[in-house]
Design a binder for this molecule. Structure first.
Ligand SMILES: [Zn+2]
Length: 70
């Protein structure tokens, strides 16, 4: 029963592959579904302005936001 490490590594690789397919390269949102990147290269909102359901994606990482000291 030493399958934990290979399984986790496999899942991590799978997650990276999923993240690549579900993250919009233009707005950096990670959607909960795969984007048609091969066809339009971004999410629908970036492509034609169709507003995305806020519940259908995770906002970009906070490190992309410029924080200002109060
Ligand atoms: Zn986008």
């Amino acid at each position: 029963m030493f399958t934990c490490t290979p399984t986790l590594a496999k899942e991590a690789a799978l997650d990276r592959a999923m993240a690549k397919r579900s993250t919009c390269p233009r707005c950096r949102r990670r959607y909960h579904h795969c984007l048609p990147l091969r066809i339009i290269g971004s999410c629908l909102e970036c492509w034609d302005g169709t507003p995305a359901d806020p519940h259908s994606y995770i906002a970009p990482e906070p490190d992309t936001v410029i924080l200002r000291a109060a």
